[in-house]
Design a protein around this ligand. Structure first.
Ligand code: DQA
Length: 144
């Protein structure tokens, strides 16, 4: 099976941004972690990161007919983006939403997620391991 992992704004700043919240590991470390995890599940996996909402919408649209599932950390767009929700609904692929931090135990505005209105599974507060859990969920679903 083939999975697209999409990371939203400021995740490229991992290791620098708020290490007390997101840890000291860098975005490059995250990419390596996801690549290793996908190999362990014998999946094909492509990873994309953008700071731009429209680019994320286009990337989701381009998944149609190419990928079997999506793992997405929409970052701040989680809490604001109807456009990303609509793109996910449009392509209608199995989607797992991941957050490195526990968004429910942070500011009030982080508790609502547009993407959760579509995602079939949401993983919060498990650090990088959340991405592995998300890939494992899709692998189990498709018996990769
Ligand atoms: C995040 C949580 C969001 O609230 C925040 O805006 C992020 C990262 C997380 O992975 O914990 O940028 O999605």
């Amino acid at each position: 099976m083939k999975v697209k992992v999409i990371n939203g704004p400021n995740l490229n700043m991992l290791g620098i941004r708020e290490p007390e919240v997101y840890g000291k590991a860098t975005y490059k470390d995250l990419v390596e972690f996801i690549e290793q995890a996908s190999k362990a599940f014998s999946m094909e996996c492509d990873i994309f990161q953008s700071n731009h909402e429209g680019d994320i919408v286009t990337e989701i649209q381009n998944c149609l007919g190419v990928y079997d599932g999506i793992v997405i950390n929409p970052a701040a767009y989680t809490h604001t983006s109807v456009a990303i929700l609509d793109a996910l609904k449009a392509v209608s692929l199995p989607t797992v939403e991941v957050h490195i931090s526990d968004v429910d135990s942070r500011e009030e505005f982080r508790k609502f997620s547009y993407v959760s209105l579509y995602a079939e599974k949401v993983i919060k507060g498990k650090g990088f391991e959340g991405y592995k859990e998300a890939l494992g969920y899709l692998a189990d679903k498709f018996g990769s």
